[in-house]
Design a protein around this ligand. Structure first.
Ligand code: NAD
Length: 507
């Protein structure tokens, strides 16, 4: 890697003001390459893509703009590592040991990874370290345990003659993993932990906006002793790298997290290739609050759902339905929370909410707020422009009366809560299900029978009761309807990366 002098002075000043680890400074002083076959490389093209720091809107660094030829190299390396060499021959307990070592290294470098992520993505540093980074290490440890527990089954068969028959579980092959920019490190951990435990090899395509934390992670893979070719990173544009990866004949499985429109294209390309695909897509998750709920608890949940990560959360509870008796009270508590949150660069220890990722995301969110108001929504709080060059949007609450309003139907992917009253349980369930997405939902009530009726009736991959946005390595996460199919995390995910072979012996 060569030394970069590109970093903007405003970012340098911010880094000096808040301080970052020496390892973060050293990493940012490099010009990051791609990571292919255990080597950092610029790849086949000298073109670079600017990386913009979201709280200043200034140039942080640049990344290599990968090409189809780079994808070919990465897939060839992954294919070779799958079939020969140390990874192919590695015993399950050694594979488990390697993944556990990697998790230990993530933990050791958690602050540095968090700082890099914060500068790249804008998110608040404290939660980033705790949830994105250490949460990622937790998932790696959880999945590492499965490396030693993969097994087929011996079966008694009724076919004429004398036979023994059994099944073998094999790694599915080279996995193409594509991740979004809202949880760059964490989503990558969701994508790579299970396939590595299963013995697969991986070509990862990070979002072009947020590549840096994965390139730092690649160094940790080397340090942990991961053989070359097992894990590869091709950086660059989704349209180039993503298309090349999904259409590649030597990629046996695509694991994608991102928006529903792109997921549809990815699903189409994988179908053409006849390779299985997991699609973790967009959401517009309802929070259904009944009269007997605790309004303060509902508002507090917004901090970790719709206002968390500046609202760039797939499962954000961004449709708030409140029964009329509690409507004003919940609105009041929500506004109180929204107005108390401090907007600041993610490195600021007092930051409650950082900027959104980019100027285009900023414009898109502001466009939704304006459209909401134009369609008749009442702007209850937020919605104003924040001074400065950064992409800050204040926590915003819109009140609507019509469930078909655009802001109630489409994924805004920003800190915008849209709230609407309802009369009874039947109406609440109808409203909650009146959306193309089915990623997650929450129900707020003290009545356990009503909670159970709602859990059964709501079409979503996850339903929380009196909570929102809880995730755990042991619990599968994934959507229904236009939110995709397949699961990340939990034992269910491992199965996506194993293929079953049947073996017969005629005695
Ligand atoms: P996106 O769909 O624009 O991009 C996702 C990834 O796909 C990026 O790496 C992008 O470069 C790549 N890509 C773009 N075009 C491609 C193509 N033609 N072929 C293959 N890959 C291509 O999504 P985004 O804006 O990065 O992320 C936000 C979206 O992700 C939101 O809709 C959010 O709800 C969703 N998301 C879902 C989950 C989940 O678990 N369901 C988690 C996080 C984010």
């Amino acid at each position: 890697m060569s030394v970069s002098v590109n970093m903007d002075s405003a970012i340098r000043k911010m880094i000096d003001d808040y301080g970052v680890t020496a390892a973060c400074s050293e990493f940012l002083a490099q010009e990051p390459g791609q990571f292919i076959n255990g080597r950092f490389t610029q790849g086949h093209s000298s073109e670079r893509i600017d990386v913009i720091e979201p709280s200043t809107g200034r140039l942080l660094t640049s990344i290599a703009s990968g090409t189809r030829a780079d994808v070919d190299d990465a897939v060839a390396a992954a294919h070779s590592a799958l079939h020969s060499g140390p990874w192919a021959e590695m015993k399950p307990n050694d594979r488990q040991g390697l993944l556990l070592r990697l998790a230990d290294l993530i933990e050791k470098h958690a602050r540095t990874i968090g700082e890099i992520e914060t500068l790249d993505n804008g998110k608040a540093l404290g939660p980033c370290i705790d949830m994105d980074v250490l949460g990622g290490a937790d998932l790696l440890r959880y999945m590492a345990g499965f490396a030693t527990k993969i097994h087929g089954q011996s079966r008694q068969v009724s076919a004429p003659g004398e036979h023994v028959a059994w099944t073998i579980k094999e790694p599915i092959g080279v996995v193409g993993a594509i991740v979004p920019w809202n949880w760059p490190f964490n989503m990558a951990m969701w994508k790579l932990s299970a396939p590595l435990a299963a013995g697969c090899t991986i070509v990862l395509k990070p979002a072009q906006q947020t590549t840096l934390s994965m390139l730092y992670f690649a160094r940790l893979c080397e340090e942990a002793g991961m053989p070359p070719g097992v894990f590869n990173i091709v950086t660059g544009k989704g349209s180039t790298i993503g298309n090349a990866l999904t259409a590649h004949p030597d990629v046996s499985k695509i694991s994608f997290t991102g928006s529903t429109p792109v997921g549809r294209q990815v699903g189409g390309a994988s179908g053409e290739n006849l390779s299985p695909v997991t699609l973790e897509l967009g959401g517009k998750s309802p929070m259904v609050v009944f009269d007997d709920a605790d309004p303060e608890a509902v508002a507090a949940a917004h901090r970790w759902s719709v206002f968390f990560n500046a609202g760039q959360v797939c499962s954000a509870g961004s449709r708030l339905y409140v029964q009329r008796g509690l409507y004003e009270r919940v609105l009041e508590e929500t506004v109180k929370l929204a107005e108390s949150m401090k907007l600041a660069p993610g490195l600021d220890p007092e930051c409650d909410m950082g900027p959104v990722i980019s100027s285009s995301q900023y414009n898109s969110i502001r466009g939704y707020i304006e459209q909401g108001v134009a369609e008749g929504a009442k702007l209850v709080c937020g919605g104003y422009e924040v001074d400065g060059d950064g992409f800050f949007i204040p926590p915003t609450v819109l009140a609507v009366e019509d469930n078909r309003a655009t802001v109630m139907q489409e994924e805004i992917f920003g800190p915008v809560q849209v709230v609407m009253p309802f009369d009874d349980e039947e109406e609440a369930i109808r409203l909650a299900n009146d959306n193309i997405y089915g990623l997650a939902a929450s129900v707020w009530t003290q009545d356990i029978s009503r909670a159970m009726r709602c859990v059964n009736a709501i079409e979503a991959g996850t339903v929380w009761v009196n909570a929102h946005d809880l995730v755990d390595s042991a619990i599968p996460f994934g959507g229904f309807k236009q939110s995709g199919f397949g699961k990340d995390m939990g034992p269910e995910q491992l199965d996506h990366f194993l293929r079953t072979k049947a073996v017969w012996i005629h005695i």
